[in-house]
Design a protein around this ligand. Structure first.
Ligand code: AN7
Length: 350
C-alpha cells in the first residue's frame, strides 16, 4: 500500500477537517528495531527496542508534529510561521513551510545549534535570527510575537504538534501487537513525552491495549523537571535538550504520574557513552540528546528496575548526522597511510 504520511495514515485521530490536503514530506513509518546486541551489552533482563526517528524527512521526530501544525496553518490562511528552537524544530518548520509556500522565522540560541540543523534551517529558506540567550529566552520572544501578530507559533505549545507526534505511539503498538511495558525518551521542552502518552492513551481507549510506564531523562545540567525548579542557565553537550523551563512541564508530570513512570537525570558522559554504544552495537547513529533514552535505560538496569517479562522501547529522537562535531570529538581519528598496498596492509594487520 502506498504510504502517505502520518495525517492520512491516522486520519481518524487527527483534529483536522476531512477534506484538508495534508502538507506532508511522508514523515513517520520509522523503524522499530529489536536491539539484541545492546541488550547483551547492557545485560538487560528485558526486551529492548529502538524507535529510530532519525529516518524522518528532516532527520528528527519533529516532522510528525510539523506536518499537522503546518497543514492546519495553511487551512487557517496563515502566511508565516515562527518557532524558537534548539535546532530540530527549526529544521522541520523550515522544511514544511517551504513545502507549503509559507514564510518561516526561527529564533535560535547563538552558538548552541548543531551545525547540520542550522544548515537545514538556512537551506530550506527560513529567516534565521540568532539571539545572545538560550532557548527559554527565544521561546519567550516567540510567544510575544504570537500574541502581537498573525504569525503562527509552531513550537509544541501549538496543540497540533502534539497531535502529530502522538502517532509514534500508534506505530509502536501496531508493530509490537501490544504496548510496551516501558517507554524511555529524552525530555527537553517535554512536548514529546506528552504526545507519546496521549497516543498510548487514545490507542488504549479505542483498542483496549495496555499502557506503558513513561520514563523520561534530562541531562544533568538541564534537568528542571527532575529538580522541580526552573534552571536559569541550562548546560549540556546534548544541545537539543538544553532547556531550563519546559513549556509542557505540567503535562509531562501528568504523564509520569498517570503512567506511574519516572523522570531521572543522566550525565553528559553517560549520554556520549550511550551514543557510541548504540552506533557500535546496533549500527544506528543518533544524536546525543537521543542517546539519553538509552543512557537512562542503562541506569535503571543497574538499579534492577526491569524484569524478564518487560518490553522497553527507547526513542532515538534524531539523526547523528546533524551533529558530527560532537560525535567526532572523543573518538580516535582515522589512521593515515602512504598510498601503497604494503603500508595499508601493515595497518590492517596491526
Ligand atoms: C533530538 O528543536 O526543543 O521534550 O527546539 O531535538 O519534546 O522538547 C528539540 C527537542 C529530544 C526533546 N531529542 O523533545 C527543538 C527542541 C531531540 C530534540 C528533544 C528534542 P521535547
Amino acid at each position: 500500500m502506498k504510504y502517505t504520511g502520518v495525517i492520512e495514515r491516522y486520519r481518524e485521530y487527527m483534529p483536522l477537517s476531512r477534506d484538508v490536503m495534508p502538507i506532508t514530506l511522508l514523515e513517520g513509518n520509522t523503524p522499530l528495531l529489536e536491539a539484541d546486541n545492546l541488550k547483551k551489552e547492557l545485560k538487560a533482563p528485558c526486551k529492548v527496542f529502538l524507535k529510530f526517528e532519525g529516518t524522518n524527512p528532516t532527520g528528527s521526530f519533529k516532522d510528525r508534529g510539523m506536518t499537522v501544525a503546518i497543514t492546519k496553518s495553511v487551512e487557517d490562511g496563515a502566511e508565516a510561521v515562527i518557532c524558537a528552537s534548539t535546532g530540530n524544530t527549526s529544521a522541520s518548520a523550515a522544511a514544511y513551510a517551504a513545502k507549503a509556500g509559507l514564510k518561516a522565522f526561527v529564533i535560535l540560541p547563538k552558538g548552541k545549534i548543531a551545525i547540520g540543523k542550522l544548515a537545514q534551517a538556512l537551506i530550506y529558506g527560513a529567516k534565521v535570527i540568532e539571539i545572545d540567550g538560550n532557548f527559554d529566552d527565544a521561546l519567550r520572544i516567540v510567544r510575544e510575537i504570537g500574541e502581537k501578530t498573525r504569525v503562527v507559533i509552531v513550537n509544541s505549545i501549538n496543540p497540533y504538534r502534539i497531535e502529530g507526534q502522538k502517532t509514534a505511539s500508534f506505530e509502536i503498538v501496531e508493530t509490537l501487537g501490544k504496548a510496551p511495558t516501558h517507554h524511555s525518551l529524552p525530555v527537553g521542552n517535554a512536548g514529546n513525552i506528552t504526545a507519546y502518552w496521549k497516543g498510548y492513551k487514545e490507542w488504549s481507549t479505542k483498542h483496549g491495549s495496555s499502557l506503558p510506564k513513561m520514563l523520561g531523562f534530562q541531562a544533568e545540567g538541564a534537568a528542571p523537571i527532575v529538580l522541580g525548579r526552573v534552571v536559569d542557565h541550562p548546560e549540556t553537550v546534548a544541545t537539543a535538550i538544553r532547556i531550563g523551563n519546559p513549556a509542557s512541564w505540567k503535562q509531562a508530570v501528568n504523564a509520569l504520574d498517570e503512567s506511574t513512570g519516572q523522570i531521572n537525570i543522566v550525565q553528559d558522559s553517560e549520554i556520549l557513552s550511550a551514543q557510541k554504544l548504540i552506533a557500535g552495537a546496533e549500527g544506528i547513529f543518533c544524536e546525543p540528546a537521543s542517546a539519553s533514552s538509552v543512557a537512562g535505560l542503562r541506569k535503571l538496569i543497574s538499579h534492577d528496575y526491569f524484569s524478564a517479562k518487560d518490553v522497553v522501547v527507547c526513542t532515538l529522537t534524531g539523526n547523528g548526522l546533524k551533529d558530527p562535531d560532537t560525535a567526532s570529538r572523543d573518538i580516535a581519528p582515522p589512521l593515515t597511510s602512504k598510498p601503497e598496498l604494503s603500508e595499508v596492509l601493515k595497518l590492517i594487520q596491526d
